[in-house]
Structure formats: C-alpha cells, structure tokens
Design a protein around this ligand. Structure first.
Ligand SMILES: [Zn+2]
Length: 461
C-alpha cells in the first residue's frame, strides 16, 4: 500500500512537471521574439577537381581530410522579417555564382539581397568556382567543365539548403558576445621566415571572435555562429578541407551534439596563421578558436532583443585606368610571373577585340541590426583595418565580416594602396581585374557603411 502511494505520488509528480514544462514551452512560444532555423549540406566534390587559392598546385585534388560544408541559419523577428546567414567551406563566392544563388533565393523564398549573407571561410582547400581567379590556374577543358558543373550543383544545393532552414524555423533565443584568440599574424608587417626570432609582432590586428548563440525553446544550443580575422591557409596540399575553421566547426559540433556551428570569415585579408603548412597546426588553430568560442558560451552572453533591420547596397568603386595595348605587350614579354603573363595575354586579346574594360565595380555592402547588434558584411578580401575602423564607428561590439556576397579582389586601405605589395598592388592581377582600385575606396566604403548603419538604426547613441 505504501509502495503504491509512493508510486502514485511519483506518477503525479511526473504529470505535474510535464504539464509545467508544456506551459513553459507554450509561454516561450507565444512570447518568442525570435525564430531560428538551421540546415546544412555537404559540398565536397564527388570527383577530383582543381583546388582554389594557390597558383602553385599542378593537379586535381586527392581525397579529403574532412567534408566541406555549406550551412544556413535563418532568423525571423517577431514581425516575420527574415535574414539568412550562409557559411561555406569555400575560397569565395564570385559575383556570377553569388548572383545566381541570390536570384534563386528571391524567386523561391522572396528573400531580397539585404536579407542574404553569403560568406565563405576562404579555405584554400576547396574547389575552384566558375569565373574565379581563372588567370592563376592552368586548366584543361575537362577541368573547366568540372568547375562549371560543380558551380551549378553548388548553387542548387545552397538554395535548397536555405529552404530547409526556413522549414526548420522554431521559437528561439539569441545571444551575442565577442571572444578573443591570437594565433594570427599581420603578414604585411612581420616576416614569416623570421617569426621565431621576433620578440615583438607588428599590427594592426583584430583578435575578436564574434559569437552568436541560438537556443531552441527547450534551452539547448541549436546554432553557434562565430567569426575570426585570419586566412585559412594553414594547408596547401591536395586534400579537401575547411582548414582551421573546418576543424573548429568539427570541435564545436562534437562538444555540442545537435548544434550547427557556422564560421564567418572576418577581415582576415592581411592576417596569416603562423607558423603554418601542417595538418596538426590546422588542428591546433581549430582547437584554439573552438576554445575561444567555448569560453564565450560558458560565460554570460548578452541576450539579443527584438527587431531585425537589414540594409544592402552596391557601391560603384572606381578602378585606375586599364593598361593600353603597348603596355600589355610589354608586361607579357617581360614578366617572370606565369599568371601575370596569362592575365596580360588575355587582356591583350580582349583589348584587340575592342572590349571596353570596366572602370568601376559594384561593391556589396550590407549592414544589419539584430536587436541591438550591428553586423556589417563587406565583399572582397577585407584587410583588418576595416574591422578596426567600423568598430570605431559602430562600437566595439559590432560584428564585421569580409568575404561576403562577392569576392572580386582584395580590399586594401588607402595606406596599403599607397604602400603596394601583394594586397595593395598585385592582387587585382590574381583576381583578373583589368586594373587596381583608385586611392579613395576606403573612405567611400566607410561612408557607405555609415549611411547604411544610419538607415538600419545601428549608429552609436
Ligand atoms: Zn586570400
């Protein structure tokens, strides 16, 4: 009898606590100021293919270290306004691929460009995409065909993935906080070869690890987005991999079963992981970044309040004059650099065919305000001073991502443009642009960020 009573009490307690949990769940749902949905798709090529980012590779990929992923986080505010953040283990979305994906997202899901963030980690162990850096690779017909087929498949996979993330929308809570880790080195201002002898490293750097934590209505982690400003160039071999951010995402997903970890490359254009070139180093940096994210997750994070604002524009950034025919002939004859010769020869053919070279480029700038959190996403390979300057404008808590929506070239500051070097002078040839940027793009970009931030209500009060 006593046992039965205890049992009955026990059952009653279970029923009561389940009912309370149910009530709490309903309360959370009706009061939810955010919804969130996630999805992912493996984008590892099924066949060996040319690998992106280095001119020195001589043949197709050989196997993989781990799968390449595209992942999506869709957020929706209390009024039903949506934004989608797509992360990808890719070198960068060229305009042609990005435009096709964004056009399809508009047609299929009604998402406008201000609502879509397509970021690539910039791993140098991913496939070459259509129309990206083609002068630096020597490619045969079969390879070009595989690039074209893969790019078309990738577009479809990403669009479908975003659809799945939308179907996954459920009440959620969002939290934000910056972490910190310091394995990147300013590659312009420190000599990598002499690194072990340097007692002092020169900046500028931005060590921020911007994290967003998404909890579902049961209180478990549904998604972790995180960023960092550093080139994923630890690895330069022939196996597919996400480089250090790939390892970080694996670490975080192992530590938080059921969670989706999404990496967003920040302003890492002039930041290298040093030393580099071994798989254990890529794993080490992956774990260092994961530890920085874990620290943020363990501490109190700021809860993100209601309301989503999204803005986007394409700013025409002016280019210097393209070289004339005689100059191209000269470069082609004199350069010792194989890809500069290919670039000059292609430009020569186009010039002789009467093609008008572009004199400016539509540069994508996106500013969001998620609750109180400003998120600035800029195109191209963004050097670190842009992150520093945007944070001076919008506050230290602002998140700044480069490599977003279109990666067409490096984006140097005025200082770097004047100094020259790889990021300031050579990169436009690597990217196949007819000429370098004009000095003055820095203030044009920062002015436009200010204008959009004002439109989004993201300026410091
Ligand atoms: Zn790069």
């Amino acid at each position: 009898m006593k046992i039965t009573l205890i049992r009955l009490t026990f059952v009653f307690l279970i029923i009561t606590s389940t009912a309370q949990a149910q009530n709490r769940y309903e309360a959370a749902s009706s009061q939810a100021i955010w919804k969130a949905g996630v999805s992912r798709v493996a984008i590892t090529p099924k066949q060996p293919m040319p690998m992106a980012g280095f001119a020195s590779r001589t043949h197709n990929s050989e196997g993989m270290l781990h799968d390449l992923w595209a992942k999506a986080l869709v957020i929706e505010d209390g009024k039903g306004k949506r934004a989608v953040m797509v992360s990808s283990d890719l070198l960068g979305f060229p305009k042609s691929v990005s435009d096709k994906i964004r056009n399809k997202l508009k047609i299929r899901f009604g998402l406008n460009r201000d609502q879509i963030l397509l970021n690539s980690s910039h791993t140098h162990s991913a496939p070459v995409l259509d129309g990206a850096l083609l002068d630096i690779y020597t490619l045969n017909k079969a390879q070009l065909e595989s690039i074209s087929n893969y790019s078309a498949l990738l577009e479809e996979l990403i669009v479908n993935m975003v659809g799945e993330a939308i179907s996954d929308l459920e009440p959620a809570e969002l939290y934000a906080e910056n972490g910190v880790t310091r394995f990147q080195v300013n590659r312009r201002n420190n000599n990598a070869v002499l690194l072990t002898q340097l007692s002092e490293l020169q900046g500028p750097n931005d060590y921020a690890v911007p994290v967003i934590k998404v909890l579902n209505s049961k209180g478990s982690i549904k998604a972790i987005t995180f960023g960092y400003s550093c080139h994923p160039t630890v690895l330069n071999g022939y196996q597919w991999s996400g480089d250090y951010p790939g390892f970080t995402q694996l670490e975080l997903e192992k530590a938080h079963p059921g969670a989706t970890a999404l990496f967003f490359q920040s302003a890492g254009a002039d930041q290298n992981p040093l030393p580099r070139n071994t798989v254990p180093l890529a794993r080490q940096y992956g774990r260092e970044l994961a530890a920085a994210v874990e620290r943020v997750l363990e501490e109190d994070m700021k809860k993100i309040g209601s309301g989503l604002m999204t803005t986007y524009s394409e700013l025409q950034l002016p280019l210097q004059s393209a070289p004339l025919e005689a100059e191209l002939v000269n470069i082609s004859a004199k350069t010792a650099n194989a890809y500069e010769k290919r670039w000059a020869d292609r430009m020569l053919i186009e010039t002789r065919a009467g093609k008008k070279m572009i004199t400016s480029y539509p540069y994508p700038i996106q500013v969001w305000k998620i609750g109180e959190l400003p998120v600035v996403s800029l195109g191209g390979e963004l050097v670190v001073e842009y992150a520093i300057k945007v944070k001076q404008m919008l506050g230290p808590d602002a998140y700044v991502f480069g490599y977003s929506n279109d990666v067409m070239n490096y984006i140097p500051t005025s200082t770097i443009l004047k100094e020259g070097g790889y990021e300031g002078d050579v990169a436009h040839v690597v990217y196949g642009m007819p000429a370098n940027w004009q000095v003055g793009i820095e203030s044009a970009i920062l002015n436009e960020v200010y204008r959009l931030a004002s439109e989004a209500g993201a300026l410091k009060k």
